[in-house]
Design a binder for this molecule. Structure first.
Ligand code: CA
Length: 231
């Protein structure tokens, strides 16, 4: 099956160059000229990867990245940012917002294709996640819905388990509070359930995980991520 790439760029010549090179490699290409269009197309076309220029008219690339990662429907689509040398700091912000990689202009088509293939490979490995997760003191069996810390069972509520599972499956990617809220509590949650609900659950989850709690990292003013311990 041909993988579909959404190119978000406002400069016609660059779109043409990207389309030509991506199609030559056997990818299907769709393109958007601005941020709003990109968000619509990401939901409608559900691409396998988004190639996102940071310099866009109106809504800039960082905002687009943030929105893609916030929206449950698009949060797992990998994003590669196209940046200029002068945008070093944006690059870091972009990666913190959940972009998977970046490539600095000017780049060669070969370099671009190699990056795209590497990111696609990583994201398909992610889908084949094993049923058992082990890291440091923590062991999670997704099939049995059981959690152990230092070989002692931990009793989690259904929501706490979902929270842990969602963080683990994101493999180090930062997940926003809104994303966690939508994916765990759903869209039609009661009005009193708010983003601080996520914080409250993270707090109780950390308490229960004892020595393994430090793997859940707070990303200030944004959300959370899970960092597995090095073996
Ligand atoms: Ca541009």
């Amino acid at each position: 099956m041909k993988e579909k790439i959404l190119v978000v760029e406002d400069e016609k010549d660059i779109i043409k160059m990207l389309e030509y090179n991506l199609k030559k490699e056997g990818f299907k290409v769709v393109s958007a000229r601005d941020g709003e269009d990109a968000l619509d197309m990401a939901v409608r076309e559900y691409p396998d990867l988004v190639l996102l220029d940071l310099m866009l008219p109106g809504m800039d690339g960082l905002e687009v990245c943030k929105s893609l990662k916030k929206e449950t429907k698009t949060a797992l689509i990998p994003v590669i940012m196209l940046t200029a040398k002068s945008q070093e700091s944006d690059k870091i912000v972009g990666l913190e917002l959940g972009a998977d990689d970046y490539i600095t202009k000017p780049f060669s088509p070969r370099e671009l294709i190699a990056r795209i293939k590497a990111v696609l490979r990583r994201s398909s490995d992610k889908e084949k996640a094993p049923e058992i997760f082990n890291s440091g003191d923590l062991s999670v069996d997704f099939a049995k819905i059981s959690v152990n810390v230092r070989n002692r069972p931990v009793e989690l509520t259904a929501k706490e388990f979902e929270l842990l599972r969602t963080l683990l499956k994101a493999k180090g990617r930062v997940l926003s509070r809104d994303y966690l809220l939508d994916s765990i509590w759903g869209y039609d949650h009661a009005i009193e359930i708010q983003t601080r609900t996520v914080d409250v659950h993270v707090r109780t989850l950390r308490k229960k995980l004892r020595s393994a709690a430090k793997m859940i990292i707070t990303v200030k003013n944004y959300g959370y991520k899970f960092e597995a311990e090095e073996e």
